[in-house]
Design a protein around this ligand. Structure first.
Ligand code: TZP
Ligand code: MG
Length: 215
C-alpha cells in the first residue's frame, strides 16, 4: 500500500487499535490478537511491545506485518525505526523520547508513514516541522495502560488539535463510554488499547465502538 492509502485508512476509519504487552491483552499472544483484530475488520494496527527483546519482536512482527499486508491493513511499529524497517512495517510511531520524525524519515525513507505522540501545542508544531504524517494526541482521559503517561491534555491543546494541519489520533482512556463525546467535540480518530485488545470479545468491542460512532 502507498502512504496515501495509509492516510486514507486514518481519515476514513476512526478505529486505531494498539496491541502488544500480553498483560494488556488478557494474556493472549500477539499473533492471536493480530488475527482477531483483522477478523474484526480493523484497518490500522500499531504494535507496541515493551517487554520483549529485539529478536523476539522481529520474529513475531515479520509474521504479523505479512498478515496485515495480505489483508490491506496498515501496520505501524511503535518506538523502533530499525525494527520497523526490518519487519517491513508500513509506519513508525515515535514518542517524545524516541528518534525525532525527521531522523525517522532519513532512516526509513519518503514512503514510510510516521506518527508522533504529542501532548502540547509545541509538540504538535514540532511534529509538523519534523515531517510527521499524523500525530497521536493525549491522554484525553486518565489511563491505566501507560504508567508514565503525561497529564491529560489541556483545553487549549484540544482546541488547537481540532484545527491542526495533520490527522489527529486521540489516545488515552478512550472507551466505549466516552468515545462519542470526543466525536461530538470534532475528533475523528481514536487509538485504544484497553477498549479493544483488553476486551475478551475483540470483534464485539470493535463493532460496539463503530455503532456508537455511527460509522
Ligand atoms: N499513550 C498515551 S496514553 C496511552 C499511550 C500508549 C495508553 C492508551 O491506552 P488505553 O487503554 O486506550 O487508555
Ligand atoms: Mg515510544
Amino acid at each position: 500500500m502507498t502512504k496515501e492509502e495509509h492516510v486514507k485508512h486514518l481519515l476514513e476509519d476512526p478505529v486505531y487499535a494498539i496491541m502488544g504487552n500480553e498483560e494488556l491483552c488478557l494474556g493472549r499472544s500477539n499473533m492471536d490478537v493480530a488475527k482477531e483484530l483483522i477478523a474484526a475488520g480493523v484497518t490500522i494496527i500499531q504494535y507496541r511491545e515493551k517487554h520483549k527483546k529485539w529478536r523476539a519482536k522481529y520474529e513475531e512482527t515479520k509474521a504479523i506485518a505479512q498478515l496485515c499486508h495480505d489483508h490491506n491493513v496498515t501496520f505501524i511499529m511503535n518506538d523502533s525505526t530499525d525494527l520497523a524497517i526490518a519487519c517491513g512495517a508500513d509506519g513508525i510511531h515515535v514518542g517524545q523520547d524516541d528518534a525525532p520524525a525527521q531522523i525517522v524519515r532519513q532512516l526509513a525513507g519518503p514512503d514510510v508513514f510516521i506518527g508522533v505522540s504529542t501532548n502540547t501545542i509545541d509538540e504538535m508544531k514540532q511534529a509538523l516541522a519534523d515531517g510527521a504524517d499524523y500525530v497521536g494526541f493525549g491522554p484525553m482521559f486518565p489511563t491505566q495502560s501507560k504508567k508514565d503517561a503525561d497529564e491529560v491534555v489541556t483545553p487549549e491543546a484540544k482546541a488547537y488539535a481540532l484545527h491542526y494541519e495533520l490527522p489527529v489520533v486521540t489516545i488515552g482512556g478512550v472507551s466505549l463510554e466516552n468515545i462519542r463525546s470526543l466525536y461530538d467535540e470534532g475528533f475523528r480518530s481514536f487509538a485504544m488499547i484497553s477498549a479493544i485488545v483488553g476486551q475478551k470479545d475483540i470483534k464485539g468491542a470493535v463493532e460496539k465502538i463503530r455503532q456508537t460512532l455511527g460509522c
